[in-house]
Design a protein around this ligand. Structure first.
Ligand code: AMP
Length: 470
């Protein structure tokens, strides 16, 4: 059973904190680690660091419900480095610290953090990732290693080949454990855990305790302490969130085509549910003259890195990605996030829209939702604690409604200040022949215009200019 003695509810560290003003020095970390932390520009620990580090340093197992952006990486990397300041008494060359991450991107970022925070200690560390050459990994494993950051599948490969042993392991960290289970890594994780010493220390970081996570934790942890960071959307204040109800795939494509033709959309990430859709959409967007590319888990690591690099350098305006690939993606200057398909998990919604509105910039997050995605929408709205405002584009209104009737009639406002003539209010894409048709499958220009839903129960807002005309 979980130890609930350390059950703390926090907002993200941007929220005001009452009475807690701990410093990194007070956490009792080695001076070499402290100076690396200072060199990173961190002055005070974030709440997750403040809570986790003492628990980990005391040798406890830990389950922390925390998302990316809370400083969770340092929350496990710093105490892991502290552990490495003491010599291992065990023979062998297997890792003393093993960090499992669901994706290569996240693993890459964790590795980078370990190198940054560990510069004063200089641990021998490296990553074992799928899609990367075996040769370098075998070289890494041929000598004693302190920290390994790995994706589960490739690590199991090495275990089965006999190129890595885990009998020297002191600390096992599962980063984004919920995501690993969701991606089907449960069997691999069990295999890895079965090769690790029973008296190891285990830390689990997860965005949610839903599903199989609790069962996994019970199986592999010993009286874990628990920290729960309430998910907050406060960091998303600068992001304008909008919803478009869509009738079908073609309708989604028409809307997307319309949105991407707007010059204020300088750089966007478009999330699709499947890898195939990501490929198809990016091909269609490229065909329509937009610098676009796909990013998903079937691509080699090298191809993914190249794509992210091109996006960073401005060579790609539209990145069509699946959640898996976008996890941990940190690109600045994303003006829009478009959820072409809604995520299955509400946490992912928060994570996705957080790709925009970074570093004090404003951002726009637009979600498409068809009738089949109503459950996902409701889950997201429950999770973020508010309804997404529904908007329509003149000439692209949905025929269907996604909201459950609330016993009140009222149609959408047809126009308002800046309405149809506003930023997104202009008719587009195949309706008036001005914009390029989306694809062969898109509804051809000149087809019967959609009519506003007659039986809509909730008022919706029509698009208007963000800066209303006086
Ligand atoms: P993470 O949640 O680990 O992905 O971290 C999110 C961001 O917070 C990263 O850019 C870190 O460099 C940064 N960060 C981590 N710890 C701190 C801290 N104590 N003070 C300021 N920034 C931090």
């Amino acid at each position: 059973m979980f130890d609930s003695s350390v059950r703390v509810r926090f907002c993200l560290y941007t929220a005001p904190r009452k009475g807690i003003n701990m410093t990194f020095e007070e956490l009792g970390l080695n001076p070499a680690i402290l100076s690396a932390v200072t060199a990173c520009g961190y002055t005070t620990p974030t709440p997750i660091q403040e809570q986790s580090i003492p628990i980990v340093l005391a040798g406890n197992d830990l389950i922390a419900t925390a998302q990316t952006g809370t400083g969770k990486t340092a929350a496990f990397v710093l105490p892991a480095l502290e552990l490495l300041t003491k010599k291992s008494t065990l023979p062998g060359k297997g890792p003393r610290v093993l960090i499992l991450a669901p994706t290569r991107e996240l693993a890459g970022q964790v590795m980078e953090s370990a190198r940054n925070y560990g510069r004063g200690i200089r641990p021998r560390c490296g990553s074992i990732l799928g899609g990367m050459p075996y040769r370098e990994q075998l070289r890494l494993l041929s000598a004693p290693v302190d920290i390994i950051v790995a994706t589960p599948g490739r690590l199991v490969d090495h275990i089965e080949r006999g190129s890595i042993r885990l009998d020297r392991l002191e600390l096992l960290v599962l980063d984004e454990a919920d995501r690993m289970l969701d991606m089907g890594f449960s069997e691999d994780i069990n295999k890895i855990v079965s090769r690790a010493p029973v008296d190891r220390q285990t830390l689990m970081f997860t965005a949610t305790m839903e599903g199989d996570i609790a069962r996994l934790a019970e199986k592999m942890m010993r009286e874990p302490k628990r920290i729960q960071l309430a998910v907050s959307t406060s960091s998303h204040e600068l992001i304008e969130q909008r919803l478009h109800v869509t009738d079908n795939l073609n309708h989604k494509k028409e809307l997307l085509n319309h949105l991407v033709s707007d010059s204020e959309l300088t750089r966007a990430i478009i999330f699709s549910a499947t890898k195939r859709d990501a490929d198809e959409l990016s091909r269609e967007l490229s065909r329509n003259g937009y610098p676009a590319a796909a990013l998903h888990g079937d691509m080699t690591q090298m191809a993914r890195n190249k794509t992210i690099d091109r996006m960073r350098r401005g060579g790609i305006r539209l990145l069509v990605a699946t959640d898996v690939a976008a996890r941990g993606l940190d690109v600045t200057g994303i003006s829009h996030v478009i959820n072409f398909d809604l995520p299955r998990f509400a946490e992912d919604y928060v994570h996705r829209i957080g790709r925009t509105g970074r570093a004090g910039a404003t951002g726009i997050a637009i979600s498409f939702a068809s009738a089949g995605e109503r459950n996902y929408l409701e889950r997201i709205e429950r999770f973020i604690g508010k309804k997404l405002p529904e908007l329509q584009i003149a000439g692209h209104e949905p025929k269907t409604s996604i909201r459950k009737p609330v016993g009140r009639s009222g149609g959408p406002r047809k126009s308002g200040p800046g309405g149809p003539g506003g930023r997104f209010g202009k008719p587009a894409g195949g309706r008036d022949g001005q914009a390029k048709p989306w694809s062969k499958s898109a509804k051809p220009a000149g087809s019967a215009p959609r009519t506003a839903p007659a039986a809509r129960r909730e008022p919706v807002i029509e698009y208007r200019s963000r800066r209303p005309q006086a």
